[in-house]
Design a protein around this ligand. Structure first.
Ligand SMILES: Nc1ncnc2c1ncn2[C@@H]1O[C@H](COP(=O)(O)OP(=O)(O)O)[C@@H](O)[C@H]1O
Ligand SMILES: [Mg+2]
Length: 202
């Protein structure tokens, strides 16, 4: 039997990394094989592209195409093989992030991103997406305490407002995307995730 593909989404600082190990334990606790991965990245080439994407100035279109180029490697080398052999895959970000960041944030049209998505995924999409929704100001203040900002994290509040609203638009259009109110304690958020996973996991 094929494995399932779960993705985590949200603006920088929303809590994806905070929750990923806990989610992984819920999955492996059911005796399922699991591959944990991330985007951009997930392969040696993808990680090299990630470094460029997070540090090197480039045009919005270049950024979008590099994201999808890394994604094509990720699908072919990691995600498809894992799912085919029956493992589950848990990825910190996937294509919804391109619609949010390169679409909402950078202003690339949904139609153009749809073309790249069709080209790279040919109809494949995650089985379940947990979208951590957090007001931009709250994410900012969490991040200020946490780390040095990368090329995306250095963007202004207005950029992240556009990213967040693009995420929310997409979440409202796709039933696979579950909106999680991330503006609460870690325990409250985990209780929500538990309910979602309990109805999803075998
Ligand atoms: N529910 C929460 N309440 C308070 N702080 C949190 C919460 N979730 C995460 N954080 C903190 O916010 C920062 C950003 O979280 P992180 O998981 O790295 O976000 P992301 O991976 O989505 O960018 C980290 O320092 C983390 O410890
Ligand atoms: Mg993270």
């Amino acid at each position: 039997m094929e494995g399932k593909f779960i993705t985590l989404e949200g603006i920088d600082g929303a809590g994806k990394s905070t929750h990923i190990d806990w989610i992984a334990k819920k999955i492996t606790g059911r005796g399922l094989g699991l591959v944990m991965t991330r985007e951009p990245g997930g392969t040696a080439l993808g990680e090299a592209l990630r470094t460029l994407l997070l540090t090197h100035p480039m045009l919005a279109e270049t950024e979008a195409m590099l994201m999808f180029a890394a994604r094509r490697e990720h699908l072919g080398q990691v995600i498809f093989p894992a799912i085919t052999r029956g493992d589950w895959v848990l990825s910190d970000r996937f294509t919804d992030a391109s619609f949010a960041y390169q679409g909402g944030g950078r202003g690339i049209s949904v139609n153009r991103l749809d073309v790249l998505e069709d080209w790279v995924q040919q109809g494949f999409e995650p089985d379940l997406t947990l979208y951590f929704d957090l007001p931009v100001e709250a994410a900012r203040s969490r991040l200020e305490l946490a780390r040095n900002p990368d090329r995306f994290e250095q963007e202004k509040c207005a950029f992240f407002e556009r990213v967040r609203s693009a995420y929310l638009d997409r979440a409202h259009k796709h039933a696979r995307i579950k909106i999680i109110d991330a503006n609460r304690t870690i325990e409250e958020i985990q209780a929500d995730i538990s309910v979602i996973l309990d109805s999803f996991l075998p």
